[in-house]
Write a protein that binds this ligand. Structure first.
Ligand code: MN
Length: 259
């Protein structure tokens, strides 16, 4: 089995290398990851500047490793399009330092990288731990390896795209594993103002909102001390959007012609 590993916390992140060390016992691992932290960069793809890639010394020996001067999504596109010669069986993004729950998946660089794998027809998973410090990374690394084995043995649907979050707890305190749906809130980003004495500036900050803690959501599962596994997909064209009554726009073309 050959696994591509990337992340959005940057190529030196402890989460990435804890994951790589674990995966190395079950697979050939190749790392292609951003050269710096790119959290909350979402699905961003660099189209207007060249991308520098460097083969770098791995932090786990024997792992082919590339550092990309770009986003997590860029890293996966480059890996699958140019850098990886043989067939990849799975793309894993993480282990992210901090949760990726609810609506946050839409701006998550961790999920954005996994999405690029999924869109190209590869099984993909994003994996995150719900804390920003003193991370219990070992559980997440072991879980990623277990899921990889299940994907290898076709125990899961083929073109699967999973968003996995773990509570930051020792294994004995984790209650269970829940298959969840995305909650409708998680954080909200707002602008604050500051002044350094010379000039004013704005600073964007995240506020936790955890709006939707209904049973069955990813936020609910994590808050109850469970591992949350959310199957994601990108088939928006096949899902109905909320309907807008035709009667709202009877004269739209006429109005357009008049402006
Ligand atoms: Mn991150």
């Amino acid at each position: 089995m050959k696994i591509l590993v990337t992340n959005d916390d940057g190529i030196f992140a402890q989460g990435l290398w804890t994951l790589v060390k674990q995966l190395k016992s079950i697979a050939r691992v190749i790392v292609v990851a951003p050269d710096r932290e790119q959290s909350a960069i979402g699905t961003a793809v660099t189209l207007r500047q060249p991308l520098r890639v460097q083969r770098v010394r791995p932090m786990v020996s024997g792992v082919e490793t590339y550092s990309v001067e770009g986003t997590p999504a860029d890293s996966v596109i480059l890996a699958l399009g140019k850098l990886v010669k043989n067939k990849i069986d799975l793309v894993i993004s993480g282990i992210n330092q901090g949760p990726n729950l609810g609506d946050d998946v839409l701006i998550s660089g961790t999920v954005g990288a996994a999405l690029q794998g999924y869109l190209r027809g590869f099984p993909a998973l994003a994996i995150s731990v719900n804390s920003v410090d003193s991370l219990c990374l070992a559980n997440a690394a072991k879980l990623a390896a277990l899921l990889a084995k299940k994907i290898e043995s076709n125990a899961l649907p083929t073109n699967i795209f999973l968003n996995v979050n773990l509570p930051n707890l020792p294994l004995a305190k984790i209650k269970g594993v829940k298959i969840t749906r995305l909650a409708s809130g998680s954080h909200t980003d707002t602008a604050t103002e500051g002044n350094n004495g010379k000039w004013g500036y704005y600073w964007l900050v995240r506020q936790k909102i955890n709006k939707d803690t209904d049973e069955g959501t990813d936020i609910w599962a994590i808050e109850q001390g469970n591992i949350s596994i959310t199957p994601l997909h990108a088939n928006l064209p096949r899902k109905p959007s909320p309907s807008i009554p035709d009667s709202l726009f009877p004269d739209l073309l006429r109005e357009l012609q008049q402006c």
